[in-house]
Design a protein around this ligand. Structure first.
Ligand code: SF4
Length: 480
């Protein structure tokens, strides 16, 4: 059945909060152009799968989601609709061509809905996937969302692809479709990245660093606050580089001060900070402005200078130690989240020992570990001394095992304390689930508590006395 007119669109978003932000921006552009953006896939004429193409596991998840949605759209999923010798096959690290075979030009069957694949996987592999995934009607890169209304209005059933590179200059402004109750919302302050870490493909997908105008960011933050946002989460590939390209100087501290002036906001959270750009000025603002959460996300990736150098990271174990010490001196209860990579090419037993000792010494309250993923197109993919998969995984698990104990110790130290908690949901047992200022959404701890018959809503703040602690959660009772 040919789709006469696309009126309503459904988004399935994968990957990081930045991708979530892109979907909201794309939805805002469509709504402004008169399309209906629905959260009911059944009633949609077109389905947009906004993919992640960062590392193998994410690529596999994206490909499987595309095939699932292709079936949902009534597409004639090609014989190898299953991810055959695809990315998750260890012997197929990095390459995509082998995922699916097809002539690419003629859509198998238009099916009942139009299937669009956007995001980082499309930007990175769009040309190959266009040939190998005939189920998909349109491939849309990360820089082509503004074209969506025109593309959907003119869609005539012929397969298309838009995979344009980013345009230099500051990040453009677009309308954004907000969640129904945006009590917690991210705000993207820049796009792209200039850091060129040896293992990372993002600069090739997202382009060079482009800051948004400060006034535009503050104005969007006001709109979010007026719409009910109480927790504002600053995101970018690297928020600490904010302003250098646009104003010739790092401006995150100044931006933060301005955002703290928005009365309705309760919490402002900093994610994706690069260690060596955490300035004294920024720490000062974090320590003195009440709205800024005593929480910071600083992906350090490793702690051995040999490995940090091979990763093309500017940090050293010494500079990381100094920055963390400065943060803890200025904000004694600061909770630091970090991310580590094990098994980077050339990582020796000694390097790993250094990393494990560093984790022991620093006792990060929040920590995630990834086993190195060889990504073609990155400098690290060409490096000798690739570490065996089982070794990478064993090292990752060893760190996470110790981290679980560290997290439990940290949580136990909170028993008896009264903490401010942002209510997020009520589960089927009637227990409420929320977060403290020390916890970012989805990746950190939760606080589970009962409200003694009081009816609470997502976005409410309550005082909770902590009564018990677990590896990654706390339980408590209302204190007020
Ligand atoms: S800072 Fe490094 S890891 Fe992060 S997006 Fe930029 S290049 Fe990738």
């Amino acid at each position: 059945m040919k789709i006469d007119l696309i009126k309503s669109v459904f988004f399935l978003t994968l990957g990081c909060p930045k991708n979530e932000n892109d979907s909201q921006m794309a939805a805002g552009i469509l709504e402004e152009a008169g399309f209906n953006v629905t959260d009911n896939a059944e009633e949609a004429d077109a389905i947009i799968v906004n993919t992640c193409g960062f590392i193998n596991d994410a690529k596999t998840e994206s490909i499987e989601a595309i095939f699932d949605m292709a079936q949902f759209c009534g597409k004639n999923v090609s014989q190898n609709g299953k991810v055959a010798a695809g990315p998750q096959n260890p012997d197929c690290e990095g390459g995509m061509q082998s995922c699916a075979e097809g002539d690419g030009e003629h859509a198998g069957d238009i099916g009942e809905k139009v299937l669009i694949v956007s995001g980082c996987l499309a930007q990175r592999y769009g040309e190959e996937l266009y040939k190998s995934m005939p189920e998909v009607d349109i491939f849309l890169g990360v820089n082509d969302y503004p074209k969506l209304p025109e593309i959907l209005r003119d869609f005539d059933g012929k397969r298309q692809k838009y995979l344009n590179e980013y345009q230099p200059g500051c990040m453009e402004e677009f309308p954004r479709k907000l969640e129904k109750n945006p009590y917690s919302a991210t705000i993207k302050i820049a796009e792209g990245c200039d850091n060129i870490c040896a293992y990372c493909i993002i600069p090739k997908i997202r382009g060079k660093y482009r800051s948004r105008g400060m006034d535009e960011i503050v104005s969007e933050a006001r709109t979010l606050a007026d719409a009910g946002c109480r927790e504002l989460i600053l995101i970018a590939q690297d928020i600490t580089a904010y302003g250098k390209d646009l104003y010739g100087d790092y401006k995150l501290a100044e931006l933060l001060k301005k955002l703290c002036g928005i009365e309705k906001l309760e919490w402002i959270r900093l994610m994706y900070c690069y260690e060596d750009r955490i300035t004294d000025e920024l720490i000062e603002v974090m320590a003195t402005e009440e709205k800024v959460c005593h929480y910071i996300d600083i992906p350090i990736q490793h702690a051995s200078d040999n490995v940090l150098k091979a990763m093309n990271r500017r940090s050293t174990a010494k500079s990381i130690r100094n920055t963390l010490k400065k943060l803890k001196n200025a904000i004694p209860d600061i909770h630091i989240r970090t991310t580590l990579i094990t098994g980077f090419p050339g990582e020796t037993k000694e390097d790993f020992r250094e990393l494990a000792d560093f984790v022991e010494e620093m006792k990060f309250q929040r920590l995630g570990v990834f086993a190195y993923s060889k990504e073609e197109g990155t400098a690290a993919a060409l490096m000798k001394n690739q570490v065996r998969r089982d070794v990478k995984e064993r090292r990752k698990n060893a760190i996470m095992q110790r981290q679980t104990e560290i997290s439990l110790e940290s949580n136990r130290s909170k028993i008896g304390q009264v903490m401010k908690v942002l209510v997020e949901e009520c589960d089927e047992t009637g227990a409420y689930i929320g977060r403290t200022q020390y916890d970012a959404p989805e990746i950190d701890n939760s606080v589970i508590f009962r409200a003694d018959g009081r009816s609470l809503s997502p976005g409410d703040f309550v005082s909770i006395r902590i009564t018990d602690a677990f590896d990654y959660d706390l339980t408590g009772e209302l204190a007020d």
